[in-house]
Design a protein around this ligand. Structure first.
Ligand SMILES: C[S@@+](CC[C@H](N)C(=O)[O-])C[C@H]1O[C@@H](n2cnc3c(N)ncnc32)[C@H](O)[C@@H]1O
Length: 207
């Protein structure tokens, strides 16, 4: 059965996110994606970076089914594992042992503003335990800088998120980076992306 979902934003941003990923030294091993959604990012990045193994995850069954369908549609069954059921707040995350031993990085795209603040703290907490020193955690999405929106459209987006769920909202980068620091990460690179988004690369420096 074809359960593929199509997220318009994913189609717009996958190329520029792929460019950022290509600047990070991706060696053999696993990349764990948190909140993978439709799975469209995963299959494109798996094809673009064949040396790594892209491990998608999502807490929603409809999304995991879509990811599986995308893997099948793109004929990646022998390269890409089936998605994991990871809800960042349910710790410890259930991760296969082969992934634990060769985890190169964790990435989460457009997740932390569409989830409670606890999801951000859990994301860093659990990633801090799973990633060895030198490994990375990358976030992509809109952020406030010095607690200010960088565009009117982001401000409107923030209000619409809060109307859907008052625990959601565009996060202030400084607050996010404080959580990162508590868990042994430094903010290594902040990259301005199209449509008033950022990529942020955190590097694990201590346990
Ligand atoms: C806006 S979608 C982004 C999906 C995908 N990353 C993309 O950019 O197309 C947000 C995703 O975060 C996931 N999500 C929400 N709460 C989560 C949680 N507590 N733990 C992990 N993922 C979560 C949702 O299921 C959804 O797939």
């Amino acid at each position: 059965m074809d359960n593929r979902l199509f997220f318009p934003a994913t189609e717009r941003n996958r190329e520029c996110i792929g460019e950022v990923l290509s600047t990070i030294l991706l060696t053999r091993g696993f990349i764990l994606e948190i909140g993978s959604g439709s799975g469209e990012h995963g299959v494109v990045f798996q094809k673009n970076f064949p040396e790594i193994t892209w491990q998608s995850s999502d807490p929603e069954l409809i999304h995991r089914n879509s990811i599986s369908s995308w893997i099948e549609h793109e004929e990646l069954n022998f390269q890409m594992p089936q998605p994991l059921n990871i809800d960042v707040e349910k710790i410890p995350w259930e991760i296969p042992s082969e992934l634990m031993v060769s985890l190169q990085g964790i990435i989460s795209i457009n997740m932390i503003h569409i989830a409670s603040w606890n999801c951000t703290t859990s994301l860093f907490n659990e990633s801090g335990k799973l990633l060895n020193n030198g490994k990375f955690l990358m976030l992509y999405g809109p952020f406030k800088i010095d607690n200010k929106h960088i565009s009117h459209s982001n401000e409107l987006f923030d209000s619409s998120l809060k109307m859907q769920n008052k625990s959601w909202g565009v996060r202030d980068l400084r607050e996010v980076s404080k959580e990162a620091a508590k868990n042994g990460f430094i903010e290594e690179k902040l990259i301005r992306m199209p449509a008033y988004n950022f990529s942020v690369i955190y590097r694990k420096v201590s346990l």
